[in-house]
Design a protein around this ligand. Structure first.
Ligand SMILES: *Cc1c(COP(=O)(O)O)cnc(C)c1O
Length: 451
């Protein structure tokens, strides 16, 4: 029999100790954090699944490249490597480094978008939506209806509803739509992939109306792997070939290198439009830094140049997608409601089904995330009524898996914690807000359990 077990395709060279806390300590810590897991000290977390953003482990090749960092203010050799590596994958003409993804968004929308505009996306990520709304424009989510039903199985639940895009363009007019975005994979919609066929269709609609198509490319490599696994005609293509084809249907992208860039910080903005690139670089100099470093150190550019290629390695992607599914499949088999099928970077618990006795106004996702912390020190994040207020279509709790960080026994522990909370779910109470900021309120909100 051939050996079937998929193993972590790396050895561990450097380790970080995990600090244990008791349940009593966690009760106190949670009160002090106002039941918002963002406000917890990370040292008091046992397994941190808050985000896969910037939390990955770098490879020996990345650490070696870091020593090669050229910290010259202008014309750094590290920028050349960074640009070449990104162009090798995306093919885009202009590559603009930024300190992270949202800086790329702010610059792109700051240049391309004005008050009264409308920006369609399959699902806007929280920072993307906030950057658009901050300019007085409207962020519209056009996900296919299947993508909004957590329990439903569909191979590409991140797809955009192409008919809805056409009717939006007809309704508001092409002039009010500065660009269309596709988020790959669809983070806020469950880490679900977008098919190449959907990319092609959205691209055709955009080209027909002369509207640029941009990718929110944070997890482009994971998306490419799903295309290879699930879409006809791609089984024999390499993840890089798939990514190259996808980027070819667009005009540019925004990227957080903290995701499939495999780095701890960084991002970039790409475009084929010369005029836009010039304006973007002007804005970059104002707020981020000179265009050959964009708010990053030369060594960060090196780490990204290497990391973005490693994210496309087949043995890495096979392990990455299989290990995320391992968590999802184990809890789903015990009846825990999750967004199906498991996504690329995270498992999303469906808090409305998990806690049917808590209404969305009482933040079932926040209540569930608090319980997972109390039970086992597991930190997750709510993606629902606290994050998106009335725009929330689901109440999810995301368990994001940092890249190359946790082993299978860590995940077995997380499974046990979730199943224990599931067993006593009837006793969990809803939450109420006691403080909120005017935008992106979930990062700093204070909450309290309803007695
Ligand atoms: C993380 C993320 C961003 C923003 O990137 P940051 O590096 O956190 O600023 C934008 N879009 C998506 C889909 C993301 O996952």
């Amino acid at each position: 029999m051939p050996i079937r077990t998929i193993i972590e395709p790396f050895r561990i060279k450097s380790v970080e100790p995990i600090r244990w806390t008791t349940r009593e300590q966690r009760e106190e810590l949670l009160r002090e954090a106002h039941y918002n897991l963002f406000l917890l000290p990370a040292d008091d977390v046992v397994i941190d699944l808050l985000t896969d953003s910037g939390t990955g482990a770098m490879s020996v090749h990345q650490w070696a490249a870091i020593m090669e960092g050229d910290e010259s203010y202008a014309g750094s050799r590290s920028f050349d490597r960074f640009r070449d590596s990104i162009q090798n994958i995306t093919g885009y003409k202009h590559v603009i480094p930024t300190h992270q993804g949202r800086a790329a968004e702010r610059i792109l929308f700051g240049v391309a978008c004005k008050k009264g505009d409308v920006v369609p996306n399959n699902t806007h990520f929280d920072t993307t939506r906030a950057n658009i709304e901050f300019l007085g424009a409207e962020a519209v989510d056009l996900l296919i209806p299947e993508g909004r039903q957590p329990a439903l199985h569909h191979p590409f639940k991140g797809n955009m509803d192409v008919a809805a895009l056409e009717s939006l363009i007809a309704r508001v007019g092409r002039e009010r739509i500065p660009l269309v975005m596709l988020t790959v994979t669809n983070n806020s919609g469950g880490g679900q992939p977008v098919s190449m066929e959907n990319v092609r269709q959205v691209s055709a609609v955009c080209r027909h109306h002369g509207i640029p198509l941009y990718f929110d490319a944070c997890r482009f490599a994971e998306n490419a792997w799903f295309i290879r696994l699930r879409e006809e005609g791609y089984a024999l293509k390499s993840p890089k070939e798939i990514a190259q084809e996808m980027f070819g249907y667009g005009d540019g992208c925004t990227m957080s290198a903290k995701k499939d860039g495999m780095a701890n910080i960084g991002g970039f903005l790409c475009t084929n439009n010369d005029l836009l690139a010039q304006q973007e670089k002007d804005l970059l100099i104002l707020t981020e830094g000179y265009p050959t470093y964009g708010g990053l150190a030369g060594r960060d550019l090196e780490a990204i140049a290497v990391g973005i290629q490693e994210a496309l390695h087949e043995d890495y992607l096979r392990y990455r997608i299989a290990s995320t599914a391992y968590l999802g499949n184990h809890i789903a088999a015990a009846g825990v409601p999750i967004v199906q099928p498991p996504g690329g970077h995270a498992i999303y618990l469906d808090a409305r089904s998990f806690l049917p006795h808590i209404s969305p106004e009482q933040f079932p996702g926040v209540a569930l995330a608090a319980e997972l912390y109390l039970e086992g020190g597991v930190r997750s994040v709510e993606i629902g009524s606290l994050m998106f207020a009335a725009a929330a279509q689901m109440d999810l709790v995301r368990l994001a898996i940092p890249r190359r960080v946790y082993t299978q026994s860590h995940i077995d522990y997380v499974v046990e914690v979730i199943l224990e909370v599931f067993r006593r779910r009837d006793q969990i109470k809803g939450m109420r807000l006691t403080y909120e900021a005017p935008f992106l309120r979930h990062f700093t909100a204070h909450l309290q359990p309803i007695a």
